[in-house]
Design a protein around this ligand. Structure first.
Ligand SMILES: NC(=O)c1ccc[n+]([C@@H]2O[C@H](COP(=O)([O-])OP(=O)(O)OC[C@H]3O[C@@H](n4cnc5c(N)ncnc54)[C@H](OP(=O)(O)O)[C@@H]3O)[C@@H](O)[C@H]2O)c1
Length: 343
């Protein structure tokens, strides 16, 4: 794992493709550290930035404000742009379209770092944008949009990416900007480690509850644990050892999740230190009628199982429930969800 050592000048300009929650937070942090950053995004978000500027806060009490006039905002990848680094920050379902735009507008060989959840975004972007140099990345923390142009990092962690010589000059820049980035020779175990944690997202979305309230019900935690266990079985068969991304290894997390509520409150006090209103962004996607990233979560588990002539019925069921939700929106109790997963 390579780490930043000496602060340095940015190797060039950055373009954020998909100025949403992660794009504004990571790109905004770089901009606050003096990196020239262009934010490519949708009118709704850009309008907020143009009116209010960018305000970045974090759980350690850090705060940056960038005045609106200092922000470079664009609804499209600007013609003639030559960024040294693109941060690909769209949701998984928008990857192909975003990569096509990038490949059309940017010079061959442009470095693109995917800061997306899931396993296959990098491959999907490379398929439609073969001229781009796309590397996988992983964001371990949670960022929420708390107002127009205001983004808050609510948990801790360091960004991770696949090691590549082209990324190394950026390490001191990311470190100085307060978004430290570590490089790994193989990011796949790290991506799977993160994916296991994200298997709570569909449980949370279907519960209709804030994260904390959902995690305080053993029935929902048993669903989350069952999805993790199934994924661990599939990963074991595929010879992939997921990296530890949370405070405890996934196997231990699964055991902790199954504890009775009173004991879970004691053992997982740190995990429960969540804003009382915080929800998974998948819950927001359902509420707003947007396509969820279930294909990049449970969908990946199901595909990895199929690759080995195995099945992952619980993740497949979760996938189906999320896909069916827009036609039959409803809030699932913990008992109903356990029944649906055969628990
Ligand atoms: N938020 C977190 O805490 C967090 C943490 C770790 C990882 N992640 C991952 O990071 C990725 C981004 O998540 P997010 O929460 O930042 O999503 P987000 O808030 O929805 O931001 C993505 C933004 O990009 C826009 N967009 C999509 N295609 C575009 C295009 N072609 N040109 C310009 N803008 C485009 C989207 O608009 P539309 O809505 O119109 O498509 C949206 O405004 C996801 O893979 C997510 O799983 C998120």
């Amino acid at each position: 794992m390579a780490r930043a050592e000496v602060p340095d000048r940015p190797p060039g300009e950055v373009l954020v493709m998909g100025a949403g929650t992660i794009g504004c937070f990571v790109g905004g942090s770089l901009a606050a550290a003096g990196v020239p950053v262009t934010f490519v995004g949708r009118p709704r978000v850009l309008q907020g930035l143009a009116e209010h500027g960018l305000a970045l806060s974090d759980l350690e009490g850090g705060m940056h404000r960038l005045p609106a006039a200092s922000l470079r905002l664009s609804e499209q990848v600007p013609v003639g742009a030559m960024p040294a680094l693109v941060l690909l920050c769209v949701k998984s379902g928008a990857t192909a379209a975003a990569a096509a735009e990038l490949a059309f507008a940017l010079p061959a060989g442009t470095l693109v770092l995917s800061l997306q959840n899931g396993i296959s975004n990098c491959a999907a972007a490379s398929r439609v944008g073969p001229t781009l140099q796309v590397l996988p990345g992983m964001v371990p923390y949670n960022v929420a949009e708390i107002g127009p142009g205001a983004f808050h990092r609510g948990t801790a962690g360091r960004l991770a990416a696949q090691d590549d010589a082209a990324l190394r000059p950026w390490l001191p820049v990311f470190a100085r900007a307060g978004v430290p980035l570590d490089l790994f020779p193989d990011l796949l175990p790290v991506q799977w480690g993160k994916l296991l944690l994200n298997l709570n997202n569909p449980v949370n979305a279907l519960s209709g509850l804030p994260l904390r309230d959902e995690l305080l019900q053993r029935g929902y935690r048993r669903c989350f644990a069952a999805l993790i266990d199934e994924a661990l079985g599939v990963l074991g068969s595929a010879g992939i050892a997921p990296a530890q991304v949370a405070a405890v290894p996934a196997q231990r997390l699964s055991a902790v999740l199954r504890l009775p509520d009173w004991l879970f409150r004691l053992v997982a006090a740190r995990m429960l230190r969540i804003d009382a209103k915080a929800r998974s962004s998948m819950a927001d996607d359902l509420a707003l009628g947007r396509r969820t990233e279930i294909d990049a979560l449970s969908g990946e588990v199901v595909r990895l199982a199929q690759d080995q002539d195995l099945e992952a019925p619980r993740n497949a069921r979760m996938f189906a429930l999320l896909e069916e939700w827009p036609a039959q929106p409803r809030r699932w109790t913990a008992r109903q969800l356990q029944d649906a997963l055969g628990l």
